[in-house]
Ligand binder design. Sequence first.
Ligand SMILES: Cc1cc2nc3c(=O)[nH]c(=O)nc-3n(C[C@H](O)[C@H](O)[C@H](O)COP(=O)(O)O)c2cc1C
Length: 373
Amino acid sequence: MHTHQKLLSPLVTPSITFKNRVVMAPMSRRRAEQAIPSASAPLYYGQRASAGLIIAENSAVAPNGVGYLNAPGIYNAPQKAAWKKVVDEVHARDGKIFVQLVHTGRIGHALNHEGHLPLVGASSLKAADIIRTPNNEHHPMPEPEVLTTEGAAALVDAHIQASIAAMDLGFDGVEIHGAHGFLPAQFLHPATNQRTDRYGGSIANRSRFLLDIMEGVTAAIGKEHTGVRLSPFVGINDLPTYPEETATHLYLTTALQQLGIFYIHLSGMPVNGVSTISADYLREVRQRFKQLLIVAGGYTADSGEALLQAGLADMIAYGKPFIANPDLVEKFRHHTPLAVADPGIFYEGGDTGYIDFPIIHPQPEINTVAINS
Ligand SMILES: Cc1cc2nc3c(=O)[nH]c(=O)nc-3n(C[C@H](O)[C@H](O)[C@H](O)COP(=O)(O)O)c2cc1C
């Protein structure tokens, strides 16, 4: 039986001490009506506060960047007030919490946006997929309006303003969503970026939108509070892999090292048992980037521990295992078999499949803290 010694041991950084190296990966649970985190969100996140770090689900920086039905935002006062309750609850339970900031760009539907604002994108190429909209309808994703140079710069600023708001609410930091085919990834990708302005063309220009965000956020809230999520080689949201992908991501990695951000979070996916993020790629990133490296995508306690022991990551992020196992860290510690969540409750179900999973190993304070939502 393995001990998972490193995974469960604290990680001390100059700015934050994490009680273990288990990260709760950002997971959109789409229970935020009118893009406001639900009254159950503080309990949901509080139940999972034994993670070394929680990264709260992707939260839109602007009303035209919500994309998915009932995904939360962090751009207006009711949303911020709801997020504050989440932050306070996690901190009351001795947890650390960042929030993932997103603009979904061409992924989404105007019907899911406040005021039915149209989709915007780096270029007009639409995503070939359907999306759920109110009344359980499903529609093809429409063609996005092309952002002007000034429009793109305004959305860079929206990320900066959201990061300032997040810090004001008490979040320990923010993670910029540069992954999974959302707006910054649409700028990175040559298929969705057919621009001829300073945001299009060369690797440096395609990287500029994301790097402008990272630079602005770092300047506004401090590099020790700023992380980014990237997903090279994963090819989701109708963005296939492309020839310059490695070169683009290694360029980004070097630039992120120059900015000195707190972490890079690589989102991988196991394909036939092999992660899209290879050990060789992790070594390339390690050579260029000296701050924290978080890796996600299909990890168990054993495979996460092995990656840490190999020196290829500093923390391991777990997604689906956290849905049905609020006490995931303690289950790892006690070698308790994990519950498996029904994917049917991932994105719907209200409190069912959200805050009702049994906690086998309570933290001392869990179940005793009053939830005043
Ligand atoms: C229900 C659900 C929602 C997700 N939402 C997000 C999200 O908001 N942002 C993000 O970057 N990744 C999201 N992901 C991906 C996870 O963060 C994670 O990378 C993925 O589940 C792989 O890790 P796992 O094998 O441990 O589940 C989501 C995954 C699931 C299952």
